[in-house]
Every structure is written in structure tokens, then in C-alpha cells.
Design a protein around this ligand. Structure first.
Ligand code: RM4
Ligand code: MN
Ligand code: MN
Length: 425
């Protein structure tokens, strides 16, 4: 199923209310000296990659419930992203997970992606599962394994992932290493870390000059006592050891409760070492909940640092943005639309922060005013700006409403049947 701009009938009903709301907000922001057009352009240019594993039903270790009509092939996954992108105009990229989504026909996949205006963002390796016919097992780790044969297999896999990405035009690889231990004494921490460092260097050795290596971190899960790359400091250390093309990747769900993620973002951008960013939300851990649905103010504070870094840290490269959530209960396309909306809305709020005034207030130690400045941006209803950015690009004013009115899921079930199962989480 492909959505064409002339199918966005709901826009006709929504346009006049939207126009009123936008004009009202734009005029009040302009009076405060804010360049509304620039903000709308920034929102229009902000594209977030959709991971190829997020379009089917995710499960927990207790069960998995389908919503039917899941994409059964990589082509169908791209079509799903094409639907979200046509509606939101902010999902113009896909992040492939290998080996779940190895293209069979590269030329055809590239053409399809191109026709849907979708780029290939970072490719992701997988050394947390054993594949059928694999010679060695990752049960006790991959890049950190005590056995050199296992480490070599994991290194070779990552190198293959880079080769696949090269064919597609990707420019980065994300390594999320599940390696760790579940029992005290199981691992020698120093040996595991040193193996990991050496393995990453061997992957980095074959990284093309215009590529980046993103190193993700996570405090726990799937192992419950220790994770080899447990935090941003460990990732940062490894990235520095690898070289200038290696960066830390922050995934919002990979922190212990109450971690000050905005400060991590600031530190990494100051050092020019933040490469990628995974969006999701969580109450307890890596919960895969819709972006902004649990801690919207924390997300705003994080975006505020991202915006500050994008404006003030030329040493930091452009970031790779991705939504990293698996969907257990909601229709994944609806959930992704909601996540994209939350991302755009929060980005817009962060763009409203008066950085100049904030700096002055900070200089004067006027903490009351500092808080006022942040709150005033956060409490502004910026949805008309986000809608305007979509409208300018011929997307839907209200993507979720349009998705439902076009009966997309019903149509997908008709086309694909009820019981298709997507690869992924
Ligand atoms: C991990 C991590 C990675 C993602 C996998 C599927 O928790 O967040 O980014 O590739 O899940
Ligand atoms: Mn992630
Ligand atoms: Mn995760």
C-alpha cells in the first residue's frame, strides 16, 4: 500500500482550524522576536530513522500478540515506513538490522526505498542471538568472549554488516553489544573489556573513511549482573581507543532510573563524540514505550542540550536519529506516528528556548529566571508549528487521524493476510 499526497483528504477538513491556530501562534512568537519560519524549516528537515525490527509485533518472554497484516519481507517493511513517511514527512530513513533484514536484491531494494523517499541510515549488527547454522555460539558473549574463535566470528559478522551497508549507501554501523554476565565471578571484567576493545578495533580497521562506528551502552539486560559496555563512560573510552570515526550512541532506554541523560548528551557533544541517538520512553528500564509518554519534561531537557550542542559544538558531527522501540500492544505504525509527533513537538519546544536570555540569567545566577525561560518554552503548545512543517512538505496535518481514516491497517491485513510474522524483536 502506498499513500499519495492526493489521498490526504483529511487535510481539507483540518486546514482552516490549523491556519487559525498557526497564524495566532506565529504572530505571538514573532512578537517575542522568534523567527518562526526558521523553526518550521528546522522541523521539516528533521528526519528520524525507523528500525526495520519495529514494524511487526514485538513480544515479551511471556508472549507475543500480533495485530495482523505484519510485513513479511523487507520490501513490505519499507512500504510500511513509506506510509508513515508520507503522512508525517519525518521518517525518511530506515535502519536495517542484520541478519534479520538482509536484502535479496540490492538494486530493487534501493529503487523501492528511493521511490518512497527513504534513505538507509545506520546498519545494525546482531551478536546477541545464534543464527541457524552458526559455527560458534554467543551464549557466553561475542566480541568479549573468552574464545578467540567466537570473537573472530562476531568480528567477521560486523565486517559483513559494513559490506551490506556499503551496497545500500549507509554511512554508519551501530554496535549494540549484549555481552555481559549474570552471576558474580562469571566474567573477568578487565579481560572482557580488553577483548571487546580489541574486537572493536578490528571492526574499526575496515570502516570506510566516510563511515562512523556507533557504540551503544546499556546497564543491564539481557544479562543481569554485568554488561561489558554498561555506561556512556565505557562507550566513550572505547570510541576514543578506536579513533575519530567512532562515537558513543545514546539510547534513552539504556539508563538506570533518574539518570541525568541531558548531562550525558552535553558532555559527549562538548567532546564531539555523540554520534547517534535512539528515542523511546521508559518507566523502569528498556521498556520500549512511546516517546514522550512517560517523562516528557525529561525529554525536553535532553532536547534542549541537543539543540544547544547542534548550535555550539561544530566539533560534533550531525547526529543519526532513530526510534528504538518494539511494539507489544499497539499497532506499530500508530505507535511510530505518535513517537514521531512527540519527537517533533519536543524538538520545537527546545528550539523556542531563548538561549541568549538563558545565558545571561545563568551568568547572573538568576536561577528563578533560568527556570522561567525553560518552562515558558516547554509550556508553549507548539503543535501548529509541527503541523505547518508537515503541511509545507505535503504531509498530513493530522497523521494519526489520516492513518485511521484511510483504513491502512485493514488494507494491510487484506493485502498480506492475518498471520504474517515480521522478523525482529
Ligand atoms: C537493543 C538496542 C539496539 C537494538 C536492539 C534490537 O536493546 O537498543 O539499538 O538494535 O535492541
Ligand atoms: Mn538502541
Ligand atoms: Mn534498547
Amino acid at each position: 500500500m502506498i499513500i499519495n499526497p492526493d489521498q490526504l483528504n483529511t487535510n481539507k477538513n483540518d486546514i482552516s482550524i490549523h491556519k487559525n491556530q498557526f497564524d495566532h501562534l506565529a504572530s505571538s512568537l514573532s512578537k517575542q522576536g522568534i523567527e518562526v519560519d526558521q523553526i518550521v524549516d528546522k522541523l521539516a528537515n528533521f528526519q528520524v530513522a525507523i528500525p526495520s525490527w519495529a514494524l511487526g509485533a514485538g513480544g515479551t518472554r511471556f508472549g507475543r500478540f500480533s495485530y495482523y497484516g505484519e510485513p513479511a519481507s523487507l520490501e513490505q517493511k519499507l512500504e510500511d515506513i513509506g506510509i508513515i513517511h508520507a503522512l508525517t514527512k519525518s521518517a525518511g530513513a530506515v535502519s536495517l538490522h542484520i541478519p534479520w533484514d538482509i536484502p535479496e536484491d540490492y538494486k530493487a531494494i534501493k529503487e523501492l526505498a528511493n521511490s518512497l523517499d527513504i534513505k538507509f541510515d545506520a546498519v545494525n549488527s546482531n551478536t546477541f542471538q545464534d543464527q541457524p547454522n552458526a559455527k560458534e555460539s554467543y551464549k557466553f558473549g561475542s566480541l568479549s568472549n573468552t574464545s578467540k574463535t567466537v570473537r573472530d566470528q562476531a568480528i567477521a559478522h560486523n565486517r559483513e554488516v559494513i559490506d551490506i551497508g556499503k551496497e545500500l549507501g549507509s554511512k554508519s554501523i551501530t554496535v549494540w553489544l549484549a555481552d555481559g554476565s549474570s552471576f558474580p565471578g562469571q566474567n573477568n571484567f578487565q579481560t572482557a573489556l580488553s577483548h571487546t576493545q580489541n574486537s572493536l578495533k578490528e571492526i574499526y580497521d575496515v570502516l570506510p573513511d566516510d563511515w562512523k562506528l556507533f557504540i551503544e551502552y546499556k546497564p543491564y539486560e539481557p544479562y543481569f549482573y554485568s554488561t561489558v559496555i554498561q555506561d556512556w563512560g565505557t562507550s566513550f573510552l572505547l570510541a576514543n581507543e578506536c579513533g575519530e570515526k567512532a562515537y558513543t550512541l545514546v539510547d534513552l532506554g539504556h539508563h538506570l532510573p533518574n539518570t541525568n541523560i541531558e548531562q550525558i548528551v552535553a558532555t559527549l557533544m562538548w567532546k564531539g563524540k555523540l554520534g547517534g541517538f535512539h528515542f523511546n520512553d521508559s518507566k523502569y528500564g528498556d521498556d520500549d514505550i512511546t516517546v514522550g509518554s512517560i517523562k516528557p519534561y525529561a525529554l525536553f531537557l535532553i532536547f534542549n542540550e541537543l539543540v544547544y550542542g547542534m548550535n555550539n559544538n561544530p566539533q560534533n558531527p550531525e547526529l543519526s536519529w532513530m526510534i528504538d522501540a518494539s511494539h507489544n500492544l499497539k499497532d506499530p505504525l500508530e505507535d511510530l506516528i505518535q513517537s514521531l509527533e512527540a519527537i517533533q513537538v519536543t524538538y520545537a519546544k527546545a528550539l523556542l528556548v531563548d538561549q541568549h536570555q538563558l545565558k545571561e540569567a545563568q551568568k547572573n545566577n538568576d536561577i528563578t529566571l533560568c527556570q522561567e525561560i525553560l518552562q515558558s518554552a516547554y509550556l508553549t503548545d507548539v503543535r501548529p508549528l509541527v503541523k505547518q512543517a508537515r503541511l509545507q512538505q505535503h504531509g498530513a496535518i493530522d497523521p494519526l487521524k489520516t492513518y485511521r481514516s484511510l483504513l491502512v491497517r485493514e488494507q494491510l491485513v487484506k493485502e498480506r493476510g492475518k498471520h504474517t510474522v515480521a522478523t525482529g524483536l
